[in-house]
Ligand binder design. Structure first.
Ligand SMILES: Cc1cc2nc3c(=O)[nH]c(=O)nc-3n(C[C@H](O)[C@H](O)[C@H](O)COP(=O)(O)OP(=O)(O)OC[C@H]3O[C@@H](n4cnc5c(N)ncnc54)[C@H](O)[C@@H]3O)c2cc1C
Length: 496
């Protein structure tokens, strides 16, 4: 019997697992994907939103600003790269200026420090901003991090402190039996005293299995382009449009350009309602449609001299995912009255990645109040990540290579990822088991060639480390096998 089963290993579920591991509790996290971080937490812009835009009084406002402060603290404890580089919301006309005034009021009520800055002071703060900008809302506490590294770090730290994880293990049914909950999965039925619903885009399905207080998730897709490092020299902070209201309720923060912690730039993202929550790409657009879409996005941003031409040749990837927008227009947090022991952490649209540490603390608090466990005196809040080879000094590189010669073998030339780092990503607790899982943990395949050169070697290393046949290796679990047949077999089949 478990004390708590958490459904979903995104930022919210893994953050909650970490919070619960501060206590002597038997906790299991179930993830339907092949890896931790298979949902919205891997598809987002990685912005740590300070909390200037949620409508005061909502759950989004309640958890955003404290969550952002806790996120910086968690990144420092868990050895995850982050930058408090700030964020500017810009206005180029009178309606934009009115919007900045509104946001300033929201920020004040949400306890977030902001300033409206106008030219010429603005040019001192951001020399590269376009001359058509009338004012910006300057949000110094905004920042960026790697959302997947944060999620893996929450999970690794929770695991280190005693939490169990099962991937490829979907919660198919949740029901009450007397005083306990039964959770059915492909690995059998598990009994638990409490359930936390952190299923993101499927949090409505899980809630609606147990409560008459139903809600519905409206998946909202957003896409980004990744621009390579050479574009990121001048812009020091994220630049964002003013938020837009959306027809189905709520709002989107608008298009933005975001310097990432990895050194590349993200441009995006839109918000479009879609039927399939698992959509990760546009419905087969042509390259021209993608380029035209982002060209417009680029020209909507005031990028000064740097923005005169859309840098088509700097695009290295397009990616996207869906936000779990609830029809309540807010995060759905807490225990429904008719399902004691079942705690929702759902409807987690943006800014729930930023808010995840605060949501986690609140949701774990409900479990702790109910279960009254003893504190885990051995709780270790820290996680040590190995220093990234690319960021080492020459002396550090020499030392690393003399300790482990695999540091001398560069596998991903674009991102300078070594064989030692790839092997570590596979060997770590809750380690990588697919090419995409290695990519998210090490950046191998995230550079300009998008894995064209390094994927075959990553595949070989996965085989060596996990004892797999090359035909068994997948891109991202399930049926996504990378190789279809051996050449000899294929020749025989063709000749038949
Ligand atoms: C394009 C885009 C940009 C965004 N930008 C930002 C941003 O810059 N800053 C920010 O703060 N937020 C941003 N967000 C929002 C942010 O990504 C989400 O708020 C956050 O990731 C939600 O985390 P989660 O853990 O609730 O959900 P998820 O990360 O989706 O995790 C839920 C997990 O549950 C699993 N699951 C579902 N059903 C089951 C089941 N039955 N059994 C087992 N497992 C199950 C899923 O596979 C998934 O891994 C953005 C989102 C998108 C899509």
């Amino acid at each position: 019997m478990y004390d708590v089963i958490i459904i979903g290993a995104g930022a919210v579920g893994c953050g909650t697992a970490r919070e619960l591991s501060k206590y002597k509790l038997k906790v299991l996290v179930l993830e339907k994907g092949h890896d931790i971080c298979s949902g919205a937490s891997k598809a987002n812009s990685g912005m740590i939103h300070a909390g200037y835009d949620p409508i005061p009084g909502t759950n989004e406002a309640k958890f955003n600003a404290p969550g952002s402060r806790m996120m910086y603290e968690a990144c420092a404890q868990l050895d995850v790269p982050f930058e408090k580089s700030g964020c500017m919301v810009f206005a180029t006309d009178d309606s934009g200026l009115a919007e900045l005034d509104k946001l300033e009021g929201f920020a004040r009520q949400n306890g977030v420090h902001v300033e409206i800055v106008r030219p010429p002071e603005l040019y001192e703060l951001q020399p590269e901003i376009g001359r058509d900008v009338k004012a910006v809302l300057w949000v110094p506490d905004g920042g960026v991090t790697n959302p997947f590294t944060v999620t893996f770090a929450f999970a690794e730290n929770a695991h280190h402190n005693g939490v169990e994880f099962k991937v490829d293990c979907q919660a198919r049914d949740v029901r009450r039996k007397g005083d306990v909950w039964l959770v059915s999965t492909p690995e059998g039925e598990f009994e638990t005293r409490m359930v936390v619903n952190a299923a993101g885009l499927y949090s409505d399905k899980i809630n609606n299995m147990v409560s008459e207080k139903k809600f519905r998730i409206i998946p909202r897709f957003g896409a980004h382009v990744v621009l390579d490092r050479k574009r990121s020299a001048k812009l020091t902070t994220s630049l964002m449009e003013t938020p837009h209201d959306l027809p189905g309720g709520g709002h989107t923060k608008g298009q933005a350009i975001i310097p990432t912690v990895g050194g590349s730039m993200l441009l995006g993202c839109d918000a479009k309602e879609v039927a399939d929550p698992d959509t990760t790409e546009w419905e087969r657009p042509s390259a021209e449609q993608i380029i035209n879409y982002f060209k417009n996005a680029w020209h909507s941003l005031p990028l000064g001299s740097d923005g005169s031409e859309f840098p088509v040749d700097s695009i290295i990837a397009v990616f996207g995912g869906c936000r779990p927008h609830a029809d309540t227009n807010d995060f759905v947090i807490g225990e429904p009255k008719d399902a004691p022991g079942f705690v929702n952490a759902g409807g987690t649209e943006s800014p729930a990645f930023t808010a995840s540490p605060a949501i986690a603390e609140h949701v774990a608090g409900i479990c702790i109040d109910r279960l009254k466990p003893e504190k885990n005196e051995n709780f270790d809040p820290y996680r040590r990540a190995k220093k990234v080879f690319r960021d080492m000094t020459d002396e550090e590189k020499q030392r690393a290579i003399s300790k482990d010669p695999d540091y001398a073998k560069i596998v991903c030339r674009c991102e300078m990822v070594t064989e030692a780092e790839i092997r570590d990503a596979i060997r770590r607790p809750l380690g990588a088991r697919s090419i995409a899982a290695v990519k998210l943990r090490t950046r191998a395949g995230m550079g300009r060639c998008q894995g064209g050169f390094c994927s075959p070697r990553v595949l070989e290393i996965l085989c060596e480390e996990l004892g797999l046949d090359p035909l068994e290796v997948t891109q991202c679990g399930g049926d996504s096998r990378v190789l279809v047949s051996r050449c000899g077999q294929m020749r025989q089949e063709i000749e038949k």
